[in-house]
Design a protein. Structure first.
Ligand code: 5AD
Ligand code: SF4
Length: 441
C-alpha cells in the first residue's frame, strides 16, 4: 500500500477561510492526502491567506521564505498559496517567489486536486478565475466522519457593497448565494456527524437569497428551515450589513427558538460624514434605530460590531461621534482596527490620517469597548443560560463551552461530555470568561 501524502494547511483570517481550509483538506483527501500539523512532514504546504489586514502580501512572502529550507531538504515538497492574497496578487506571487508551485483563488478550490496533479508532474499552476460552476458541489464533506459539536457552513460568498476601504468585493467577487436545498443537505449531514451548532457564513450573510422551493429564500427562511432539523440545537450567522437586516430576519430573532441571541452587525463609524465617504449607505441614526428594533424583538440579544478608526479625513469630532454611538449601543463584543490602505480600493488614494492619531483613537475606542464588554459580561451573573460544551478546561474535571450569547463559560467537576448542552447558572465573571454551575435538567 502506498503511504498517504501529507498536507499541511496554515489558515489566516476569517471563519470563511477556516471553512474553506476544511473543504480543501477534504478535496485533497480524495487525491490521497491526509492532514498533518507539522510542516516538516508535509508533501504539500498550503497557505490559506487573508487580505483584510495591513501588509498582507508581505506577510505571505516572509512566511513562504521560511519554507525555503524545507523545500531544499525535500525537493518534492509542493507549496501553494490560496485565499484572498492569492486572488489579489496571484501572478505577482508566481513571479516573485519561485518556491511557489501553485496559486489558487477562493472560487477555484474545487480544482485543487487537478492542479496538484499538474504540479506533481513538474509544472506550476495558477487559477484565480471566478468560474460559473458551484465549487461546493465538488467540495463535498468526507462522508460520515465524526466531528466536534460546532461547525461553520458557508451559505453566501462575495459582496456587492463596495465599502471604500474593503478588498472583499475584489477578492471574493460578486455576491453569490448557495441554493437552499444544498445548504439544508449539508446541515443535515453535519448534524448526523455530531454537530449541534451551525454558524452560517457569508461576507454579507444577511443578503442571502438562495433559490429554493417556492422561489427565492431569504436568510430568515433558511434559518426557519434549519430550525426544523432534529438535533440541530443552535443557529448563528455572520457577518451582516445593516442595510440587509430585513423585517423577517429581525422577527426571527424574537421567534425562532434555535436562533441564538447574538448579532454581529458592523457599523464601522458613528459619523455620517465618514459613513458617506466609506460608501456605507446608512447613517448612524439609522443604525441606532435598527438596533432598537432588533432589541424590541429580542431584548437580551448581544450586539457585536466592527470599527475602523482613522479613515481618511476622520476628524476628532467624527471620532467622537463614533464613541457616542458606541455609548448608545452598549456592545457585548467588538473588533476595531486602524484604517490601513488596500491598493485598488477608493479610500487608498485619499489623504491619510497620521498614524499616531490613529493609534491614540484606537486606544480610546478599545478602552470604551473593553468597559462595555465587561459590563455586559458581568450582567450575566445570576442568569441562567444554555451552554454547549466544546472542550475540557485547564483544571481537572473542568469543562469549557459557549453560552447562547457566545461568552466562554467554564464549569467545574460536572461529569459533562464534549457536545453536551446544559442549562447553566452564571455565578462569576472573570476577565475573559464566565464561571457557571450546571443546573439539574
Ligand atoms: N482597514 C482597516 N480595517 C478594515 N476592515 C476591512 N478593511 C479594512 C481596512 N482597509 C475591517 C472592517 C471589517 C472587518 C472585517 O475588517 O471593520 O468589518
Ligand atoms: Fe467589505 Fe463588508 Fe463592505 Fe462588503 S459590506 S465591502 S465585505 S466591509
Amino acid at each position: 500500500m502506498v503511504a498517504p501524502k501529507k498536507l499541511f494547511i496554515k489558515t489566516y483570517g476569517c471563519q470563511m477561510n477556516v471553512y474553506d481550509s476544511e473543504r480543501m483538506a477534504e478535496a485533497m483527501g480524495g487525491a490521497g492526502y491526509v492532514e498533518t500539523d507539522r510542516p516538516e512532514d508535509a508533501d504539500m504546504i498550503l497557505l490559506n491567506t487573508c487580505h483584510i489586514r495591513e501588509k498582507a502580501a508581505e506577510k505571505v512572502y516572509s512566511e513562504l521564505g521560511r519554507f525555503r529550507g524545507l523545500k531544499e531538504a525535500k525537493p518534492d515538497l509542493k507549496i501553494g498559496v490560496a485565499g484572498c492574497v492569492a486572488q489579489a496578487e496571484g501572478e505577482e506571487i508566481m513571479r516573485r517567489q519561485p518556491l511557489v508551485d501553485l496559486v489558487v483563488g477562493p472560487q477555484s478550490y474545487h480544482r485543487l486536486p487537478q492542479m496538484e496533479a499538474r504540479v506533481r508532474e513538474g509544472g506550476r499552476a495558477l487559477d484565480t478565475d471566478f468560474p460559473l460552476e458551484d465549487k461546493f458541489d465538488t467540495l463535498r464533506h468526507r462522508p460520515k466522519a465524526r466531528r466536534g459539536p460546532t461547525a461553520f457552513l458557508t451559505v453566501q460568498e462575495g459582496c456587492d457593497k463596495f465599502c471604500a476601504f474593503c478588498v472583499v468585493p475584489y477578492t471574493r467577487g460578486a455576491e453569490v448565494s448557495r441554493p437552499a436545498a444544498r445548504v439544508l443537505e449539508e446541515a443535515r449531514d453535519l448534524v448526523e456527524r455530531g454537530v449541534r451548532e451551525i454558524t452560517l457564513l457569508g461576507q454579507n450573510v444577511n443578503a442571502y437569497h438562495g433559490t429554493g422551493e417556492g422561489g427565492d429564500w431569504s436568510l430568515a427562511r433558511l434559518i426557519w428551515a434549519l430550525n426544523d432539523i432534529d438535533g440541530l440545537e443552535r443557529i448563528r450567522f455572520t457577518t451582516s450589513h445593516p442595510n440587509d437586516m430585513s423585517d423577517d430576519l429581525i422577527a426571527a430573532h424574537g421567534e425562532c427558538a434555535r436562533l441564538m441571541p447574538y448579532l454581529h452587525l458592523p457599523v464601522q463609524s458613528g459619523s455620517d460624514r465618514i459613513l458617506k465617504r466609506m460608501n456605507r449607505k446608512h447613517t448612524a441614526e439609522g443604525y441606532l434605530r435598527l438596533i432598537e428594533r432588533i432589541r424590541a424583538a429580542r431584548p437580551d440579544i448581544l450586539i457585536s460590531g466592527d470599527f475602523i478608526v482613522g479613515f481618511p479625513e476622520e476628524t476628532e469630532a467624527d471620532f467622537q461621534a463614533t464613541l457616542d454611538l458606541i455609548e448608545a449601543v452598549g456592545y457585548g463584543q467588538a473588533f476595531s482596527f486602524k484604517y490601513s490602505t488596500r491598493p485598488g480600493t477608493p479610500a487608498a488614494e485619499r489623504p491619510q490620517v497620521d498614524d499616531a492619531v490613529k493609534s491614540e483613537r484606537l486606544q480610546r475606542l478599545q478602552d470604551l469597548i473593553t468597559r462595555q464588554q465587561r459590563a455586559v459580561q458581568d450582567a450575566m451573573v445570576g442568569r441562567t443560560v444554555g451552554v454547549l460544551f466544546e472542550k475540557p478546561g485547564r483544571l481537572p474535571g473542568q469543562m469549557v463551552g459557549k453560552s447562547d450569547h457566545l461568552h466562554a463559560v467554564h464549569v467545574a467537576g460536572s461529569g459533562l461530555n464534549v457536545g453536551d448542552l446544559a442549562r447553566v447558572e452564571i455565578v462569576d465573571s472573570g476577565p475573559n470568561s464566565l464561571a457557571g454551575r450546571v443546573l439539574a435538567s
